[in-house]
Each structure stands twice: as C-alpha cells, then as structure tokens.
Write a protein that binds this ligand. Sequence first.
Ligand code: HXC
Length: 514
Amino acid sequence: MSLKRNILDLRKRKEIVLQGGGEDAIKKQAAMGKLTARERIEGILDKGSFHEYDMFVEHQSKDFDMDKKVLHGDGVVIGTGTVYGEPVAIYAQDFTVAGGSLGLMHARKITKIMDHAIKMRMPIIGINDSGGARIQEGVDSLAGYGEIFFRNTQASGVIPQLSVILGPCAGGAVYSPALTDFVFVVDNISKMFITGPEVVKTVLGEEVSMEDLGGARVHACISGNAHFFASTEAECFEQIKKLLTFIPWNNQRKAKAFPSKAPKAEYNIEKILPADPTQPYDVRDIIKAVADDSDFFEVQQDFAQNIVVGFGRVDGETIGFVANQPLVLAGVLDCDSADKAGRFIRFCDAFNIPIVTFEDMPGYLPGVEQEHMGVIRHGAKVLYAYSEATVPKVTVILRKAYGGGYIAMNSRHLKADFMFAWPTAEIAVMGPEGAANIIFRKEIKESANPEETRKQKVAEYREKFANPYVAASKGYIDSVIEPSETRLLLKHSIEVSGNKTVMTPAKKHGIPPF
Ligand code: HXC
C-alpha cells in the first residue's frame, strides 16, 4: 500500500471509531439531553488541544457472544489536552457503547491515563456515564474498578482529581468519584447510587425514583457527595475551568497568580455586621469584601450551609476561605459542616493554598441527634485538619468565638500563624446569656427582681469577657483590627508567610478521625 492509501485507511478506521455506538445510540443520548463523550471533552478542553489515545483498543471478552460484538474504543475515550494552555489528562465514558460499561480494556484505558497524569503531575478529569461493571466480563470488571480506586488513592494529594457525573454512576463505580477531590453534577443528568431503585424496592420494599435516590440535587444538597451543581452540561464545563484557575497543577506547585484587583465597591466591609450582635448576616459578603474583584468561587454551596468554603484571591494569590455562616443555624459546627470544612482544609493544605478563616459561631451543635450521628468524631476532623495544615493559616474573629468553636476554627492553639480580631469579637467559654445563667444562678434566683438581675449579670459578663481584649492581653490574638484593615492585613500575612517552614514529627501518615 502506498503512504497515501495507508493514510486513507487510517482515516477510515478513525471515522468508524468516532461513530461510537452508532447513530441510534447517539440519538438516544441526545434525547436524554446528554452530549457524547467526545463533545464533552471538547467542551472542557482548549479548542483543538485534545489528543486521543487508545482509539483502537478493543475488548477481549468471548463469553455471552461478546466475541461477535464490536465495542468501539471499548466505551471510553481517553487522552490529554490543555485548559487555559496548561496540560490536563481526561477520560470520558461513552454511554453509546455498551452503556459505557466498564470491562477489562475499558479499565486499562482509564488506568493508563491516570498513570500518565500522576507521572506528568497534571490534573485528571474523569467523566462518568456508565451502567457500571460490564456484566459479561465478570471479575475482570471488578478488577478494573479496583485498579482505578488504587490509583485514585495514589494520586490523592499529588494531582487534583476532578470527577464529572454526566449520566449513571452506579454500584461500586461511585467510589472512584468519592475518592477524588471534586465531584461535579448536572441537574436531571447525574445519577449516583450504590444500588438502583429496583434493588431498593426488592430489598427494602421502598419505592423511590432514580432522581430522588441519587439525582444531582440529592448529592449537592443532602449527601454532600457533590461539590458543584450545574443546570446544564455547558455550565458544568465552565465550573470545571473556573476551578482550574484557582488550584495548582500538582502538590509541588503553587496556584497561578493573577493580577491584583480591588474588591467591588458594593461590598463595604464596615456595613455588613448588624448593630445587634444577635442578628445574622451573610458571611459571603465579608469574603467578597476582601477578595479580588469580589470573586468568590464557593465549594459545596448547597450542603451544610452553616459553613462556607471556597476559593478566592487576595492580591492575585489563591486563598482557601473557610467561614462560619451566621445565616444558617447561627454558624454552628455539626457533623456535616465539620466534614465539609475538614476536607476542604486538607485539600488546601495538600495543594499549597493558604487558608483564611472568618469566625463567628457559638460552638458545636448540641443534641441527641448530633451526638448519635457522631458529632464527636466528625467535629474532631476540623481540629485535625487545621492542626495538620502547614500552609499559611490566618484567622479573623468577626464576632462570636465561643467554647470548642473558638479552639476549632484555626485558633492560635492549633498553630494559626496570624490571629486577628475585630473590636466586635466576643471570645469566651460561652455566650453571655448562657454563662450568666450558670455562674450567677444563685444570685439571680434569690434576687427580688430575678429578670432585672439576670440582665445586669449578662451585661456584666459581656463587659468583662465578651470582647477581644482578654484574649489579646494573653497574646492569643495578635492584633485587634478595624474591619477596613482586614484585606490589607490578609495581604501582609500572605506576603510574610512566603517562606513558611514547619518541621513535623516523622511518621508514615496520621490517622485522621473518620
Ligand atoms: C453490560 C450494560 C450495562 C452493564 C448497561 N449496559 N449497563 N452492559 N454491563 N453493567 C448496556 C445495555 O445492555 C444496553 O446495551 C446499553 O448498555 C444501554 O443500556 P440501557 O439499559 O438500554 O439504557 P438505559 O435504559 O438508559 O438504562 C441505563 C441503566 C441500565 C440505568 C444504567 O442500563 C442499568 O440499570 N444497567 C445496569 C446497572 C447495574 O446494575 N450495573 C452493575 C452495577 S454493580 P444494548 O446492546 O441493548 O444497547 C457494579 C459493581 C462494581 O458496578 C463493583 C466495583 C467495586
């Protein structure tokens, strides 16, 4: 064959593979409101940057008449490309080919690109759209999942791993996304569960729709399995690209710096706290009042809303913000918010992102439900994550810092590098009302006017303890600052910590509370 004919033959072969599962299957995919695997990859990567690997891989299974079936690319598309000019590895399961089910060769393609990403120290994006383990391939499919989970764990803390759920992700398949750093879901498209509605009905007699069992909203709002929720695939791709602007390419690098931009004038930091200390406010406004261009990219926005976590920049540098949210449950720490914060802090620490904490919370949530759900071990995750983190750690106490909350929210005692408090800060074992009721109980009870005495004692306690100056007098707070100084001091803190070095005791790894 001449070179020209060879080339034409190659092109023809490629064309066939590019048809995936064929016209009908692609139409079915479109009818479900879903893009094809290659369209998704193109939607995320820089135009024309994708280079596909293993296009001609075929399955090798023979049972159940599989030897008569051609599965183009074995139901998954893998390769490398760029996002904003930086290299990424990517794979997308192709539901049009045998429902994107995972057989041996399909898994080998995924593990090949994962190995490549780990070796080349670049982020990996995995697009899940699959019926799960390919039933005809039996244990080979299970082996494939195991190999993926192993690599997810090896890659954890080395390269960022993003999972995008754009179709079913059922059975054991869910554990790969669960092992990765960020999970993206899309309304009406993502479905994630260990067992589907049929099994739930058979085993438990419960009737539930796929959407109510494991739809996008369930994972974004209730289970906490998802970190980003989008209404369309296109919106999801923008979220992925935006996240990549905030995080570094691997654990040896810092996130890319951007030109500094002032926060928007509409976020006036002196006007956000209400005059009445018992009134709530949206702590995101505080973050926006210090972040460059007031751009705050929130993570897990709809889950455990009593804590707010996400990325922004101060003077062009990426910052991981962690903030109690007084608008929801007064910003208490509970099981879910502790999990959310702990995981985010550990991501920032692994990837060299300084952490800024805004504190305003009355402590851990009491009650039988929380105790029985394990608020002790969940709450311990925050203590562990802050204590373990060696990136620059800055705390600003805005208002309440009571009890365990004071310690947990990156206190000096967990080795915060910079402790700032606004003059409105109240640092004490508990709030003035509760404290006065306990320590002055006898006096209040025996007084001629108990209510008046109670008010007086609350005021006395507030005057003496509910302020930042007692903690400042002991050096637990470095500086009591005016709100308007906050951005400047955050900038200063990050600049000063440029060469921060921490020596930790030698160990194989810690054992964080699970
Ligand atoms: C082989 C599969 C498959 C699978 C789907 N297909 N799932 N083939 N193994 N697991 C095939 C179908 O036979 C069909 O092939 C094509 O993909 C499209 O599937 P449909 O059923 O027509 O699509 P749809 O109606 O949209 O339903 C999608 C679905 C359903 C909800 C995902 O296919 C389904 O329930 N699949 C099985 C899910 C499951 O139980 N998986 C195993 C989980 S256990 P044709 O040739 O007709 O086009 C597991 C263990 C892993 O994953 C453990 C790891 C630790």
